[in-house]
Design a protein around this ligand. Sequence first.
Ligand code: PRP
Length: 185
Amino acid sequence: MTDLSNDIDRILVDEKSIDKTVREIAGMIDRDYSAMDGKLVLLGILKGSVVFMGELMKRLTVPVEIDFMKVSSYAGGTKTSGRVNIILDIQRADLSDSNILIVEDIVDSGRTLSYLTEYLKLKGAKSVKTCTLLDKPDRREVDFEPDYVGIKIPDEFVIGYGLDYDEKYRALPFVGILKRSVYEK
Ligand code: PRP
């Protein structure tokens, strides 16, 4: 097997910084949801959110249920297609008692979370908020701001901690910048 670390230009956010950020976000969520009516449902958007979701739920003290959706917004490669397709829908029929907190690894154009927020409200969720570990505000194409943001990052091609290029690098424990030579072949 090839050593993936050879493909990394540099580490952008190391493990320690990610851990600190996850704890801070968990503290804010605990504070905001502890007295709220209804249940808190963490809704992870597959696949990129799985690492962040797993770490975040461990740090929360408020009771949570979890669910997942899968959507596609990228046509493949590094460019966004500007479209959102639901591939796997939320697996619960009645959302009237659910405060949904959508969990993402990264917000780029903003189309995925903007679309999903409206979709889940229309499906009857009690409330819908959004949480992302990483945010690339320079890439925004729609007017959307997540409710909880971990780290704002520059417009670089990042991988690791759930984020992939061509399905690789998701398991790396840090967020790194991919060497241009990897995707400019
Ligand atoms: C990424 C990321 C978000 C979305 C953000 O997912 O996980 O879901 O793109 O982009 P946007 O703000 O421009 O909508 P991707 O489609 O790459 O799928 P993956 O999570 O399975 O890697």
